[in-house]
Ligand binder design. Structure first.
Ligand SMILES: [Zn+2]
Length: 124
């Protein structure tokens, strides 16, 4: 979780900075990531002013994280905020078995998804 928190410091989003870290089956750190814009995209002036308008362009930390390894390589993900529904689905697709988060996120079906697929999802 400390690694996820450090990764979140790199996020440019002034409203919500999310970081995530992935461990493999030997508990080695294989990836860290944070929420942000697609690599190489330079935000035009004023882009960060309107959260509602920019929200759809932000790539979530968990999606960026999963772009750094292949399916089945990571066992555990720590993320500073509970995964949203779409990120929880992505983590499932990548075969993640344990997810730990620090801050709850109310607009998420992550708990229900974790329950049905037998994935550990715990607030720590
Ligand atoms: Zn998400």
């Amino acid at each position: 979780m400390a690694l996820a928190e450090v990764a979140s410091l790199r996020s440019e989003d002034p409203f919500r900075k999310v970081g995530a870290a992935a461990l493999d089956w030997d508990n080695r750190v294989i990836a860290t990531a944070y929420n942000g814009l697609a690599p190489g995209f330079d935000a035009p002036s004023g882009f960060w002013d309107d959260r509602d308008k920019r929200q759809k362009f932000m790539l979530h930390a968990e999606v960026n994280l999963c772009s750094l390894f292949k399916r089945g390589e990571a066992k555990l993900v720590a993320t500073t905020t509970m995964p949203c529904t779409a990120c929880m689905q992505t983590l499932c697709a990548y075969g993640i078995k344990e997810i730990y988060y620090r801050e709850a996120y109310q607009d998420s079906d992550a708990c229900e998804i974790a329950n049905i697929y037998g994935i550990t999802l715990e607030k720590i």
